[in-house]
Ligand binder design. Structure first.
Ligand SMILES: Cc1ncc(C[n+]2csc(CCOP(=O)(O)OP(=O)(O)O)c2C)c(N)n1
Length: 332
C-alpha cells in the first residue's frame, strides 16, 4: 500500500536564506558584544555609562537590514545591531566606551555617541530624540538633491512625548520626506512606565495625526520587523513620504548598567524572559531548515571570540594625545 503520509512543509521565511542567516549572525554578535561589555563595565574597563539593547536585537537588525548601504541611519542607545549591520567593528564600539584614540570620535566620548558618517551612521546624540530632526534633515537633503536615499531614525516610547518627535513628524509628513521613524516600545522610559508616557492605545496609532501609515509589530521577531520596515522604505523611496514602525519589546536590563531597575515588576521580566529574540529566531531558522543546532552554536562561538578579541584590541589601544584637544573643534 502506498504511503500517503507527507512530511509537514517547512515554514517559508519572509526573506531569502542568506539574508535570514546574516540577520541571525548580527543579532548574535550584538548580544555577545553587549554581554562582554556588561562584564567589562563591572570589571572597571569602561569609563562612562553603559546602555544595552538586550531584547532589542530583532529591532536593530531587522530594520537596518531593510535599508540600502547608502541610506541614512540615525540610531540611539539600544541600536548596536544597526551599527554592526553597517560594518562598525566591535572593537571600535568598546574603544568608544573607553575613550580611546582609535574610537570613531577619536576619544572625545566615553560612552555611546559614536557614529561613522562613511557608513551613513549619524552619531547618536545625548538629547533624545534629537536624532529625529537630523534624520528629517537628511531625508530633506536627499529629496532636495534628487537622490532616492531614505533616512531611518529610532526612538523609545518615552521619547515620543518630546517636542522634537512632533516637529519631525510634522515636517516630514507635510513635505513627504523619505523617512522611517522606528519607535522601540520597550515598556519603560527609565523608571516611567508606558501608562505615564502616553494615553494612546499604542504608538503606531499616533501616525493618524500626521496622515501617514503606522504599523505595530512584534519587536522580538526580526523578520516581522524587517518586512514592516521594507514596506515603509519602499513607500519612502517612491516619494510617498514617511511611516511609523512601532516595534514592541521589553527592556531587560536597567536603563543603564548602573540602574538595578527595582521599579520593574519581577513577573513582567519573568514573562518576557521567555521571549528572547535571539533564541526564538534560532528556533525559527532551525525549523525552516536554514540552520542546524551545530551551525547555530558555531555562530555563537565565533561571536563570543570576536567580542573577546575586540576587548583585547580596545584595551591595548592608546588614549588620545592631550595636545590634539582642539583638533576638529575650529575651522581652519
Ligand atoms: C531630552 C532628554 N531628556 C532626558 C534624557 C535622559 N534620558 C536618556 S534616555 C532616557 C529614557 C528614554 O526612554 P525611552 O525614550 O522610552 O527610551 P529607552 O531608554 O526606554 O529605550 C532619559 C530620560 C535625555 N537624554 N534627553
Amino acid at each position: 500500500m502506498a504511503n500517503t503520509r507527507t512530511r509537514p512543509a517547512k515554514p517559508k521565511l519572509a526573506v531569502d536564506d542568506d539574508l535570514a542567516v546574516r540577520i541571525f549572525e548580527t543579532m548574535v554578535l550584538m548580544r555577545a558584544v553587549e554581554d562582554r561589555m556588561v562584564a567589562m563595565y563591572k570589571g572597571g574597563d569602561l569609563l562612562g555609562s553603559l546602555y544595552t539593547g538586550h531584547w532589542h536585537e530583532a529591532i536593530a537588525v531587522g530594520t537596518a537590514s531593510a535599508l540600502r548601504p547608502d541610506d541614512y541611519l540615525a540610531p540611539l542607545h539600544r541600536d548596536l545591531g544597526a551599527h554592526l549591520w553597517r560594518g562598525m567593528e566591535p572593537w571600535q564600539v568598546m574603544a568608544s566606551f573607553m575613550g580611546k584614540a582609535t574610537s570613531p570620535t577619536g576619544g572625545r566620548d566615553g560612552t555611546l555617541h559614536y557614529g561613522r558618517l562613511d557608513l551613513g551612521i549619524y552619531n547618536p546624540p545625548s538629547h533624545i530624540p534629537a536624532n529625529f530632526p537630523v534624520a528629517t534633515g537628511m531625508a530633506f537633503a536627499a529629496k532636495y538633491r534628487g537622490e532616492d536615499r531614505v533616512a531611518l531614525a529610532y526612538c523609545g516610547d518615552g521619547s515620543t512625548s518630546r517636542a522634537d518627535f512632533h516637529e519631525s513628524l510634522t515636517i516630514a509628513s507635510v513635505q513627504k520626506l523619505p523617512c522611517i521613524f522606528v519607535i522601540e516600545n520597550n515598556q519603560f522610559a527609565y523608571s516611567t512606565p508606558l501608562s505615564l508616557t502616553s494615553a494612546s492605545v499604542d504608538f503606531a496609532t499616533k501616525a493618524v495625526a500626521y496622515g501617514i501609515p503606522g504599523v505595530r509589530v512584534d519587536g522580538t521577531d526580526p523578520l516581522a520587523v524587517h518586512t514592516a520596515t521594507a514596506t515603509a522604505v519602499a513607500r519612502a523611496r517612491a516619494g510617498e513620504g514617511p511611516s511609523i514602525v512601532e516595534a514592541v519589546t521589553m527592556r531587560m536590563h536597567g536603563h543603564a548598567e548602573h540602574d538595578p531597575a527595582d521599579y520593574v515588576p519581577r513577573e513582567m521580566l519573568a514573562d518576557w524572559s521567555e521571549r528572547d529574540p535571539v533564541a526564538l529566531y534560532e528556533k525559527t531558522l532551525i525549523s525552516a531548515g536554514v540552520l542546524d543546532a551545530d551551525a547555530a552554536e558555531g555562530i555563537r562561538q565565533a561571536a563570543r571570540l570576536q567580542a573577546i578579541e575586540a576587548r583585547k584590541k580596545a584595551l591595548a589601544d592608546p588614549m588620545p594625545d592631550p595636545a590634539g584637544i582642539e583638533d576638529g573643534v575650529y575651522a581652519d
